[in-house]
Design a protein around this ligand. Structure first.
Ligand code: NAD
Ligand code: TDX
Length: 353
């Protein structure tokens, strides 16, 4: 019989976290999943409605920076492993409010690591601290080349600097206290439940509402897109088989210039909404560039494929169409997450841009 584990997943009510929680709850009934999430603007328990009553799932509302709470969770639930996703995740918000990113991404990660250190007390048998990170820690590529696990860190936004700092803390706990850790650095995710502050869901929402599609600069920045459930499957693979102390890059070899991606999205949306071909493209509006906008990200995920046999399952066109279908079928979710503070965020971010 597969051995049981009690896994603390942080940020499990967010975009990627909710897919990771669902993946583990369904794929590994012998694991107990404890989801710790502060339910910030980005966290939403509606993302987990289908699994909330499963016997191997528990939700705890709280802040990863709250050391007393985190210590109590380690004790009460006898945590064997952590999969740490909770973070402030939007680059534009990090430009307007960098300290929130230092607090959650740096202090929050340090708090979790320290709680694991006290609870496990040097007895690391069967234990694991899995840290979920981003390709943005490697900085910005020119028109050629890839990010490898050996690429030197060169973060350039407050978001990526705070994620880089958290990665360094994880490795510091590995070297200093011999804590069993693993890190993965993934490229841009897309798919269901993506909060509509990010490029793809924001554009889907604006096309539905016939609102302008804000493209930063000339739209020539390149991102490497991976379907979110493929990210969840990669995390499961690394959790099960990854080597301790290692970093694994996760990506889909799927680079798109922002403007080309938006043209493809517009074509799909015109078809799905039965609008005249070319009507969504008319909404494209070039706006002032993001400060310090990284030109290009591209992941080399050969290590993950060669060592652990993981490969993405979906082609981009197929994944994008599935994503659009999900948003069109879940407009109540979209209306819910864009009510409240979203309108004032949108106004501040895009007015007079
Ligand atoms: P998200 O913003 O959608 O979700 C973050 C979740 O963390 C939310 O549920 C939020 O409530 C929770 N949270 C925030 N601060 C918290 C705190 N102090 N205590 C407890 N919970 C808190 O983010 P996401 O896009 O799902 O990203 C998840 C992780 O994956 C992050 O660590 C991010 O850096 C990393 N990542 C994201 C991408 C991407 O494309 N979105 C790519 C690579 C890596
Ligand atoms: O309105 C927009 N217009 C626009 O042109 C927005 C929101 C974005 N963009 C551009 C900026 C980027 O070049 O689109 C690209 C993608 O932007 P985001 O969706 O904000 O993602 P990015 O900044 O690339 O970061 C994402 O990938 C790595 C996630 O938000 C991070 O959490 C992850 O670590």
């Amino acid at each position: 019989m597969a051995s049981t584990k009690r896994i603390l997943i942080t940020g499990g009510a967010g975009f990627i976290g909710s897919h990771v929680v669902r993946y583990f709850v369904n794929a590994a009934p012998h694991y107990q999943i404890i989801n710790l999430d502060a339910l910030t603007y980005a966290g939403n328990l509606e993302n987990l409605k289908d699994i909330q009553d499963k016997p191997n799932y528990t939700f705890v509302k709280g802040d990863i920076c709250d050391a007393a709470l985190v210590n109590a969770i380690f004790q009460e639930h006898a945590i064997d492993a952590v999969i740490h996703l909770a973070a402030e995740s939007h680059v534009d918000r990090s430009i307007s409010n960098p300290l929130a990113f230092v607090q959650t991404n740096v202090m929050g990660t340090a708090t979790l690591l320290n709680a694991a250190r006290s609870a496990w007390h040097g007895n690391y048998d069967g234990k694991l601290f899995y840290h979920v990170s981003t390709d943005e820690v490697y900085g910005s590529l020119g028109e050629t080349g890839f990010f490898y696990e050996t690429t030197a860190y060169d973060p350039r936004s407050p978001y990526s600097a705070s994620k880089a700092a958290s990665d360094h803390l994880v490795m510091a706990f590995y070297h200093t206290y011999h804590m069993p850790v693993v890190i993965s650095n993934c490229s841009n995710n897309y798919g269901p439940n993506h909060f509509p502050e990010k490029l793809i869901p924001l554009s889907i929402n604006n096309i539905i509402q016939n609102k302008p599609l804000p493209i930063y600069g000339k739209g020539e920045n390149v991102r490497d897109w991976l379907y979110v459930i493929d990210h969840a499957s990669a995390i499961f693979t690394i959790f099960e088989k990854g080597r301790i102390g290692e970093t694994y890059n996760i990506g889909g070899h799927n680079e798109w210039k922002n403007i080309d991606l938006i043209h493809l999205l517009c074509k799909i949306m015109d078809k799905k909404l039965n609008r005249e071909a070319g009507s969504s493209e008319k909404l494209i509006t070039y706006v002032t560039d993001r400060a310090g906008h990284d030109l290009r990200y591209a992941i080399d995920a050969t290590k993950l494929k060669d060592e652990l046999g993981w490969m993405p399952s979906l082609q981009f066109e197929e994944g994008l169409e599935k994503t659009v279908d999900w948003y069109l079928e879940n407009q109540e979710w979209l209306n819910h997450v864009t009510s409240g503070s979203y309108a004032s965020y949108y106004e501040t971010q895009y007015h007079n841009r």
